[in-house]
Ligand binder design. Structure first.
Ligand SMILES: Cc1cc2nc3c(=O)[nH]c(=O)nc-3n(C[C@H](O)[C@H](O)[C@H](O)COP(=O)(O)O)c2cc1C
Length: 148
């Protein structure tokens, strides 16, 4: 069986966006994904989610089918679904990168590179830029360059 990578974006439902609700979603998701052999990254900027999921075809498909029907977000847009030989995000469980909560120095790195509206970093539109953005977000959070 093959492996695939799926990327989508969505808008968080108004009533959902509390720290506690997000924490509950992320810990449950991390537990589920570990059992499924799925890895990835969930980014939140303002009320916008961007998620990448990598794993066995069937697991990624089934998971997305569940996520689509989740009332905690809406306006889902599938950005990319492709077979993969290599993981890009397997060094990352399923944790949340909340751009609003990042240390200033980390936010500034992203704000110099990606479009912003006021204080909110916008997810790029073009696929290669979305990849760059996700990899940057991951690298910035893993290596914590603002601490060195
Ligand atoms: C933005 C967003 C991202 C989600 N990501 C995942 C995920 O990566 N893994 C997961 O199992 N559930 C995820 N969910 C939750 C699923 O929609 C669903 O509620 C959950 O998988 C059900 O798990 P349970 O049957 O174990 O309660 C996400 C929901 C939202 C709103």
């Amino acid at each position: 069986m093959g492996r695939s990578r799926l990327i989508y974006r969505s808008t968080c439902t108004d009533t959902f966006i509390t720290n506690e609700a997000l924490r509950a979603l992320v810990s449950k998701s991390a537990e589920n994904n570990r059992a499924l052999g799925v890895t990835g990254l969930l980014v939140l900027s303002g009320d916008q989610f961007l998620q990448v999921l990598e794993g066995p075809d069937e697991a990624v498909n089934d998971l997305y089918a569940r996520i689509i029907h989740d009332a905690r977000h809406h306006h889902l847009r599938l950005i990319s679904y492709e077979p993969i030989a290599e993981n890009y995000f397997d060094d990352w469980g399923m944790s949340l990168v909340d751009l609003y909560d990042l240390p200033k120095a980390a936010r500034e790195i992203l704000m110099r590179k990606y479009p912003c509206e006021g204080d909110a970093i916008q997810f790029p539109e073009r696929l290669h830029e979305i990849y760059a953005f996700l990899l940057d977000a991951k690298t910035i959070c893993l290596s914590r360059p603002w601490e060195s």
